[in-house]
Design a protein around this ligand. Structure first.
Ligand code: NAD
Length: 432
């Protein structure tokens, strides 16, 4: 089972992790009740006039899991496998993630069930605008703020922000983040998820007394987040020995340079058939082509998961040989596989900490939009580094103090913050 299309148990899996946290920390019963289900789940139909004149209708969702700490916040995904179950689970993870990063946000997520690669650019723009029209009533800078996710990007966010402005009859840049800088997007946002994941890896490696030059990385899912992570990781001295995308994988013991790979991928739309050159010396013969999922079982120091959820599961976890895992994707390891890795003593730097860079810089974009400021990229990056250092240290220390995994420590940190805020809002008095 690839797990990728199977969302049937995704939310149950997430809830069972939540119940384990409740069992481990002191959470008031009322807060438990509130946290077990989303605040709001909206299903919409998005009609799109296709270039050939026909009409197609795509199902979409926006789920606001929690607004206890602030407005809902989370990306929008365009993918043929999107389902309400998946969007709900992703919105739950966003709520935990925003709390772990100590942001004044709840959690939300959106998605449209569509294969965007089958659409022309104009069809994609109509879909993006139609989706915003369909969910506009529940959006806004103080209610719910979308951002990019899988198969959406600054261009799509620019269309969505423009549509929202039309509906609001005015400029509301803080309603959507991840916009192009020309439309009020923050400098540093595009690379923020990868940059943040690298900070977390660096902080952890330093605690372990490991130097980047000593570490090999294999990266599953060479998309936006992974490319920027790979580019910056190589600059830091890590050796990237393998990368994969949905169609295949490549491997080189000498190390891969992400820039020509991304150039080739953009050109060819796939990694498997490409010729790879390093420092202008073509070394195609040194690049081994692998079956896509072979990458997961390579003997490397860190396996970086940056594709989709449920990639490491009951059916393949025993074949993994990586010494540690870094989760850039949301939910790439099922709870069953997670328990197995914990028992084997394989550290996992969890999604709710490792991929917070994107939402942290989205928060900086929202702050800039609301205050009318434009920050230099260096300022954005240094604020990102400071926040991640502070929050990562709390997670690492808690894991050490309580003798638990980094994931458990991060969940306990995030859920405690949300649960405290639920109580402070006065929702939890005894009913009689
Ligand atoms: P993307 O669409 O740019 O990249 C995803 C990549 O994964 C693509 O290259 C795709 O070909 C590849 N892929 C899909 N299935 C695969 C498989 N089975 N094996 C190998 N590769 C596969 O998306 P992205 O924005 O880079 O997001 C990737 C992950 O990171 C998602 O889980 C997303 O939710 C998470 N994330 C992204 C951001 C962000 O700011 N972009 C922030 C936080 C978390």
């Amino acid at each position: 089972m690839s797990g990728q299309k199977d969302h049937a148990n995704l939310f149950d899996d997430a809830r069972s992790r939540l119940e384990q946290v409740f069992d481990a920390i002191d959470v008031h019963d009322d807060a438990r009740e509130r946290l077990m289900q989303p605040n709001l789940a909206l299903q919409v139909s998005v009609p799109v006039r296709m270039d050939d004149g026909s009409l197609r209708v795509f199902p979409g969702w926006r789920v606001q899991y929690s607004d206890t700490l602030g407005p809902a916040k989370g990306g929008i995904r365009f993918h043929p496998d999107v389902s309400q179950e998946e969007v709900t689970t992703l919105s739950f993870w966003m709520a935990v993630k925003c709390a772990v990063a100590d942001l004044p946000y709840g959690g939300g997520k959106g998605g449209v069930k569509v294969d965007p690669k089958q659409l022309s650019k104009l069809e994609l723009e109509r879909l993006s605008r139609g989706y915003v029209r369909a969910i506009a009533d529940i959006l806004g800078p103080d209610r719910d703020i979308p951002a990019p996710d899988v198969n959406t990007n600054p261009t799509v966010m620019g269309w969505m922000a423009d549509e929202f402005d039309h509906l609001a009859r005015g400029k509301v840049p803080a309603a959507i983040t991840g916009k192009p800088p020309e439309l009020g997007g923050s400098l540093g946002r595009v690379a923020a998820t990868g940059r943040g994941a690298l900070h977390v890896l660096d902080l952890w490696a330093a605690r372990e007394g490991r130097r980047p030059e000593e570490a090999t990385l294999a990266i599953q899912g060479f998309g936006n987040a992974a490319y920027h992570f790979a580019r910056l990781a190589r600059e830091r001295g890590y050796r990237i020995v393998a990368v994969s995308d949905s169609k295949g994988a490549i491997h080189s013991r000498q190390g891969l340079d992400p820039d020509p790979i991304m150039a080739q991928k953009t050109h060819n739309q796939r990694l498997h058939d490409m010729v790879y050159c390093d420092d202008s010396v073509c070394i195609a013969e040194d690049v081994e082509r692998l079956e896509r999922d072979e990458l997961l079982t390579l003997d490397v120091d860190v396996l970086v998961l940056a594709a989709l959820e449920n990639q490491v599961h009951e059916g393949n976890v025993e074949q993994l040989r990586a010494a540690a895992l870094l989760e850039i994707a949301n939910g790439p390891v099922t709870s069953h596989a997670d328990a197995y890795l914990e028992k084997r003593g394989v550290p996992v730097l969890p999604d709710v900490l490792a991929n917070t860079g994107g939402v942290i810089v989205s928060y900086y974009e929202w702050v800039q939009n609301r205050s009318g400021e434009r920050w230099a990229e260096e300022e954005v990056n240094s604020r990102l580094a400071e926040r991640l250092e502070r929050q990562s240290r709390l997670v690492f220390e808690r894991a050490d103090d309580e003798g638990i995994s980094y994931r458990k420590a991060a969940y306990r940190q995030g859920i405690e913050r949300i649960a405290r805020a639920i109580l402070l809002r006065g929702n939890c008095q005894d009913s009689e």
